[in-house]
Structures are given as C-alpha cells and as structure tokens.
Ligand binder design. Structure first.
Ligand SMILES: Cc1cc2nc3c(=O)[nH]c(=O)nc-3n(C[C@H](O)[C@H](O)[C@H](O)COP(=O)(O)OP(=O)(O)OC[C@H]3O[C@@H](n4cnc5c(N)ncnc54)[C@H](O)[C@@H]3O)c2cc1C
Length: 460
C-alpha cells in the first residue's frame, strides 16, 4: 500500500464531511468525495420551505463526547447558537410525565404506579440472562413499566418488535431503573429529570442543524462531487463507478452509504458476506413538520408518545430551539416523527392529515389551530434507524472484515450499522478517525470491530 493512498469517500453526510475536513486540515489532497444529493449533510440536513419554516429530518439535538468535535462545532458556530436545558416529557394517560418516564412514575394513575412497582420488585428476583431486548426490558424494568411504556414506545420508535432486537446498544440511550430513586421520587414527590448526556444541548441560531454541516462544505469543496450517486463498487479492480459512467479508482475506500446497499452494489462478493449483509434490518421515518401562526405557549423541547392513538412517537417544538426557525416571531414549528417498516406499515399518503389530527387529540394544537396552519412539510428517507437486531453483530462480524481485507472502510450511521455510535458526533468522529488511521496509523476508538466476544465494548 502506498503511503500516499488515493482515497475515495462515498457520501457527504457528517461521516464523509468529518473525513474530508480532517484530510483538508492535514493538507492531504489525493482524495475525492462522491455525494448523490446536490447538497451536503445527509440525514443531518435542514430544509427551509417557501413559507420560511426550517425543518430538520427529525429533531436533531447536538451534544458531543469528543473534544475534537466540540472544537469543530465551536469553530463553525462561533457565537451563533442557543443553549437549551432539556425539557422532555412523555404524554400518556392524558397527562404529561417528566422524562425519563421510569424515574417519574408518581404522576401516573395509582393503579399504574402499583403495577410498575410490583413489576420492578418481581424483576429483582430474576436470574436468567436476557436473550433479546424484550427480555432485557422485563428483567430490568419489570412487567409494569414494560407494558405501560417500554414495549409500546420502543415499537413506535423502531417499528420492530423488541423480541427481534439485541440490547448491547443501550448504554446511555436508555435510562435504567434505580429502585431507590424510583421510590424516593414517589414518596418525596421529587421529579428526577437530569438523566442522560443530552440534558443540556446547543442548537444553531440560524438554518437548523444542517447549517453546521453546510459550514463544513467550504473545507471539502475542491474535492467534492455533488449529484454523483455511486452505482457500483469493484473490490478487485478497486474502482467505483458513478451513475454517469465515470470511474473512480481508489487505494482506500471510505463508504458511508448504507452497508446493505454497498454490498448490493458490489461484484465478486462471497455468498456468506452477501447473505450476512442481507440480514441487516433498518426502519424509516415519516418526518412531518407543521408551521402554525400563533405562539408556542409552551417551553417544552420534545414529547414522547407511547400510546397507539396517535401515529408519531415524538414531537419536537423546533421553534423553541431558536427564534429563527419560523419566518415571523410568535409562530410555532412542531416537528413529528412516525416510524415505519415491514413490521409496522404507515400510509404515507395520509400521514400529514393523521399527524395534524394527532396533534389536536393530544392538545398540542386546538381545532381552531387548523385555520392557523401556514405550512406543512413531509419527508421520508428510505432508511433512518439501523436496527440493532439479535443477529446484527454476527452479520457485521462477517461483512466488515471481508470489506477491510479489500481496503474498504464502511463507517457512519448506516455504514457501520451501529445505532449506539450513530449520532452526529460519533459519525463525524468516525470520519476523522478513519483519516488518522489510514494516514498516521492511529487506532480507531469510536468504531470498534463487532462479532463474537466483541459486542458492546468501547461504547461511550
Ligand atoms: C430522525 C432522526 C433523528 C436524529 N436525531 C439525532 C440527534 O438528536 N442527535 C444526533 O447527534 N444525531 C441524530 N441523528 C443521527 C444523525 O442524523 C446521523 O448521525 C448522521 O446524519 C449520520 O451521518 P452519516 O454521514 O454517517 O450518514 P448520512 O447522514 O446518512 O449520510 C450519508 C450520505 O451518503 C450519501 N449516499 C448514500 N448512498 C450514496 C451513493 N450510492 N452514492 C453517493 N452518495 C450516497 C447520502 O446521500 C448521504 O448524504 C438522527 C437521525 C435521524 C434519522
């Protein structure tokens, strides 16, 4: 391998941009970035509609685990950001419960509190190791919390039965239960809302989350090819072909496109690798935004919806993140997320109407607000959540080593297919660390190999 390898990057989302930024920072020039869209940012892009409302692809909250990423964000945003203390809630039993639900049971119906507490006590007596996420929920939270919140809510988010999922991704994504804390919150009427890494977060003042990645574009512009979808990858000849027929030779390929589609676009792949990639599962999201001409009347950031009477699992008050998300002051922008998959079909033709009905059912809008809707926005990217299925790590343990033996590094939310390192900071840092590994021999710390015996290690 040359010490000056020719690098091709597929995708200009946060992962590709992280890699491109680092290459530019090191003054390295033998690389190209191929992006299917005519814009950068991938799933972290924001869009401003004709009416002037700015939407993210689902509420994106910015928080980081890495000093390098923090410094990059500081450089890109300067002073142009807002800082928010998380105001997150759960809507169920016709009331708002502070998030995390399991730490704030006291606000539920007494019968439900009793069922949750009895389930927790019973769970303490279990000994068998859980085989899947459903069993993990029962074992850690007990049947009451499972049935009232965890199982229905997670099905709404993942569009996948919990029995099909593993639980190695949980780390800091799910607040586990501290029984003493639960009892204290009930007996002393003390809400506990500070859990988690995103209890304070920053948000760009203008242009939504995507403005951050748009800001990275200037660093990669000379090496960036937009409107350049990759059609096929030949791992033997080591070249990529784009839809327009151009051929891009590489010594090393960084792919941030979905791993299943990468393998599908390759020739000369052994059957075991192709079939392992074929077992990876993802779900998608109908993201629907509603712009309303009246003040928000709430300082909430977002609300979770575990109950089946409304389609969405989360609503974000995006207009509370920055006053510049709406075209005029005193307007409201609600952003909703509704998942779908083969396990949970959702009719895309009626989703906007069903979302508006749901916002009224849950009191986030009044019936009169229908007449105040200035704008609605709908997008449904084909893949939004890489589902951590029970067989995921075994599949990755087959696919990734084979790719790597062919000098292909598959990284990022769908490149790595690891939800636990699928946020923006994780993704951008996977790109940065790819460059440091290839050019300087530094070890990767964010992405770590999966497969037997290695699952779950290294998560931060
Ligand atoms: C609903 C939702 C909510 C989220 N909330 C948060 C949050 O609150 N906080 C947070 O940190 N993160 C959040 N994320 C995650 C965040 O969006 C991802 O971390 C980030 O976008 C991943 O970057 P990526 O570059 O790996 O992938 P992507 O953003 O998917 O980018 C991949 C790029 O590759 C391009 N591409 C794909 N195929 C090809 C091809 N064949 N040829 C050329 N180009 C191709 C795509 O067009 C895209 O631009 C959320 C994601 C979703 C979906």
């Amino acid at each position: 391998m040359s010490t000056q390898p020719r690098i091709v990057i597929i995708g200009a989302g946060p992962t590709g941009l992280g890699a491109g930024y680092r290459l530019a920072e090191l003054g390295y020039d033998d690389w190209v970035m191929l992006e299917a869209n005519d814009y950068v940012g991938g799933l972290a892009t924001s869009f401003t509609d004709d009416a002037g409302f700015t939407y993210d692809i689902g509420g994106h909250v910015m928080f980081s685990h890495y000093p390098y990423y923090d410094a990059l964000v500081d450089k890109l945003m300067g002073d142009d950001y807002t800082t928010l203390n998380r105001e997150a809630w759960v809507w169920m039993q016709d009331r708002f419960i502070p998030y995390p639900f399991q730490n704030n049971l006291k606000d539920l119906e007494p019968e439900t509190v009793l069922e949750c507490l009895m389930g927790l006590i019973e769970a303490q007596r279990r000994e068998a190791a859980p085989a899947n996420f459903r069993e993990w929920i029962d074992a850690v939270m007990g049947r009451g919390i499972a049935e009232h919140f965890m199982v229905p809510y997670n099905f709404k988010v993942w569009a996948t039965p919990a029995e099909r999922m593993n639980y190695v991704w949980i780390g800091e994504r799910v607040s586990v239960v501290d029984i003493e804390g639960v009892l204290r919150s009930i007996l002393f009427d003390a809400p506990e809302t500070t859990w988690g890494p995103n209890n304070t977060f920053r948000y760009p003042l203008r242009g939504g989350t995507g403005s951050l990645y748009e800001g990275m574009r200037e660093f990669v512009e000379p090496n960036l090819e937009l409107r350049c979808p990759v059609r096929s990858v030949d791992p033997v000849a080591k070249q990529v072909t784009s839809d327009d027929g151009r051929v891009w030779p590489y010594d090393i390929l960084l792919s941030t496109m979905p791993l299943d589609r990468l393998v599908g676009a390759m020739e000369s792949v052994p059957d075991r690798v192709r079939s392992a990639a074929g077992t990876l599962e993802s779900s998608s999201t109908h993201v629907v935004g509603v712009g309303i001409d009246r003040p928000a009347g709430s300082d909430k950031n977002w609300i979770y919806f575990p109950e089946p009477d409304v389609p969405f699992y989360r609503v974000t008050y995006l207009s509370n993140y920055s006053p510049h998300m709406t075209p005029a002051p005193d307007q409201t922008l609600l952003l909703t997320e509704t998942s779908f998959s083969e396990h949970k079909p959702e009719d895309g033709d009626t989703i906007v109407d069903r979302v508006v009905d749901g916002l009224i059912t849950t009191g986030l809008m009044t019936a009169e607000d229908r007449g105040r809707i200035v704008s609605t926005w709908h997008c449904a990217p084909p893949q939004t959540y890489p589902v951590p299925t029970v067989g995921r790590d075994a599949a990755l343990g087959t696919v990734q080593p084979w790719l790597r033996a062919h000098d292909i590094w598959s990284r990022g939310r769908f490149g790595a297919w690891l939800y636990e390192i699928g946020n923006m900071d994780h993704s951008a840092m996977q790109g940065v660390e790819f460059v440091d590994a290839v050019l300087q021999g530094a070890p990767e710390t964010v992405w770590i190999p999966r497969g037997e015996g290695e699952a779950g290690a290294g998560i931060r």
